[in-house]
Design a protein around this ligand. Structure first.
Ligand code: THU
Length: 138
């Protein structure tokens, strides 16, 4: 799948956001190694901290369905659904990406005109990796 198609699916996912507290809607589209795409949105909560980000919604849906191999994710966000600039994933989402993805995993940051590409190595250098510290996953 072309990056711009994945970005369109992220924009579509934004419309599913449940964000009554911040008004900030976020959409994500996660591309699996086999070509399957999982969309996610942010899901807020009155107690605030149980809020789930769009990226993690997409990852958790995919992992539940048995996927562990991921190629790229497109992410977009904006106040009241309007994209004004790029929206880089939060630290918690970066760590969830690190659990399943390598340095070359691509993150497409959607902006009003198109998208910017960054890698997980750029977003989370020197991250905590289970395979280095806990003798699992190889
Ligand atoms: N949010 C995401 O969906 N992804 C991120 O990476 C960071 C923040 C959501 C959480 C909350 O609903 C809203 O954006 C404002 O923080």
């Amino acid at each position: 799948m072309e990056p711009n198609e994945l970005c369109k699916l992220a924009i579509e996912a934004m419309a599913h956001a449940y964000a009554p507290y911040s008004g900030f809607t976020v959409g994500a589209a996660l591309l699996c190694g086999d070509g399957t795409v999982y969309q996610g949105c942010n899901i807020e909560n009155a107690a605030y901290s149980p809020t789930n980000c769009a990226e993690r919604t997409a990852f958790f849906k995919a992992v539940y369905d048995g996927h562990r191999d991921f190629t790229a994710i497109a992410v977009c966000g904006g106040k009241d659904g309007v994209i004004t600039g790029v929206f880089p994933p939060c630290g918690v989402c970066r760590q969830v990406m690190r659990e399943f993805c390598g340095d070359d995993f691509r993150i497409y940051l959607v902006n009003a005109a198109g998208f910017e590409t960054v890698t997980l190595a750029q977003l989370l250098p020197f991250g905590f990796r289970a395979e280095e510290h806990m003798s699992i996953n190889g």
